[in-house]
Write a protein that binds this ligand. Structure first.
Ligand code: XIL
Length: 354
């Protein structure tokens, strides 16, 4: 089978995808029943987690995921760094494995992410000299990736993190330089809509609760895209927060994001203990503050109109898999401990979604 490439799509390559997706993985063994009912059984909205293909080979973790959540977001294996080879070819094995697990367990799949300032690729960088146009390859990439999961993914983060760190304007990137600051964003959504008309198209960013200026810029961009008729269906707030975030900021942020009437995705929730500074130094205090923020997030999400609650996704379930461990091995930002037992934070969250 000819592999699809951003330099020209192979129809056969795309068709092969649906066959690969049909192959189910063996059922993961379930782990001992947690004392708390599964989070997804309590919440009247989809509950998600980030996942890597390698996690699905760990029976205890795979069992926890299948039991607790109803939506999966590939943590990195649907990003350009994984999917796009230097020669312009595409790699689908890991994301296909995640999609197959989702299908086997009746979980939704959420695509993350197509265009991200933080990732470009030699396949695009070399297009200066190539006869293939940059704009054509940009469209081909979005079509190839989304086309593979057409009718499978419920939604996509089409553009991730478009707002500058301090909230002053937008990110500079290969995409903005070659296609235009606003145009590359607008075009990504237009291509995405064509590629999978059934997928909900999201814009996603972080620090929206801790940097009001960044939140304001994000909201202005959403408004501008909608005014321009760009097919944007939802807003995502990553919600990587620290345990010392002031109470009320999460609630304010979700309220402001809901102003357009679009679905809202809490897309990457975790609460860092180790990044928190200030007066709350004791670990016990920080853990209580963490639980309070889990409770606030659940309550604020529940206060949105039901039709605007797209999903609430954790950026991992067990502390032992958190991406924050790379920064500080003692961090414990997630709802379950390393043994898969629900923490006080999970209980606080669960109490507020019922
Ligand atoms: C992180 C993943 O957790 C890591 O495994 C990866 O190496 C880098 O990216 N915002 C995002 C996510 O949108 O894609 C990031 O995920 C975390 C911050």
């Amino acid at each position: 089978m000819a592999a699809p490439s951003i330099y020209g799509l192979s129809r056969r390559g795309l068709l092969g995808a649906s066959l690969a997706l049909a192959a189910c993985q063996p059922q993961a063994r379930s782990q001992p029943v947690p004392a708390l009912p599964p989070l997804k059984s309590l919440a009247p909205f989809r509950v998600g987690t980030a996942v890597q293909a390698v996690h699905l080979n760990d029976p205890a973790l795979a069992g926890l995921i299948a039991a607790q959540v109803s939506q999966l977001t590939p943590e990195w294996e649907m990003k350009m760094e994984y999917m796009l080879r230097d020669d312009g070819g595409l790699r689908f094995d890991a994301p296909d494995a995640i999609a197959a697990f989702a299908r086997a367990h009746g979980l939704a799949l959420f695509g993350h992410t197509l265009i991200w300032y933080a990732q470009s690729s030699p396949a695009f960088e070399r297009l200066d000299e190539s006869r293939v146009s940059f704009a054509g390859a940009y469209r081909n990439y979005i079509h190839a990736v989304m086309g593979r999961y057409r009718g499978v993914a419920v939604g996509w983060d089409v553009v991730n993190e478009p707002i500058a760190e301090d909230g002053e304007g937008w990110r500079d990137s290969l995409w903005s330089q070659r296609l235009g600051a606003f145009e590359h964003i607008a075009d990504a959504y237009r291509h995405a809509r064509e590629a999978d008309p059934g997928a909900a198209l999201f814009i996603n960013d972080y620090n929206l609760e801790s940097i009001p200026k960044k939140r304001a810029s994000f909201l202005r961009l959403v408004e501008r895209l909608l005014r321009a008729g760009v097919p944007l269906d939802g807003v995502g707030t990553q919600t990587h927060i620290d345990a010392d975030l002031a109470p009320g900021e999460l609630t304010r942020t979700l309220g402001e994001l809901a102003q357009f009437g679009l679905p809202v995705h809490v897309s990457e929730f975790d609460v860092s203990i180790r990044r928190a500074g200030g007066l709350l130094r004791q670990r016990g205090d920080l853990q209580r503050a963490q639980a309070a923020l889990y409770a606030e997030a659940a309550e604020a999400f529940m206060s949105l109109p039901a039709r605007q609650r797209f999903a609430f996704s954790f950026w991992g379930l067990r502390d032992s898999e958190s991406w924050l461990l790379r920064e500080d091995g003692a961090d414990t930002p997630l709802p379950f401990d390393a043994a898969g037992r629900p923490k006080a934070a999970a209980r606080a969250w669960a109490e507020r979604v019922g």
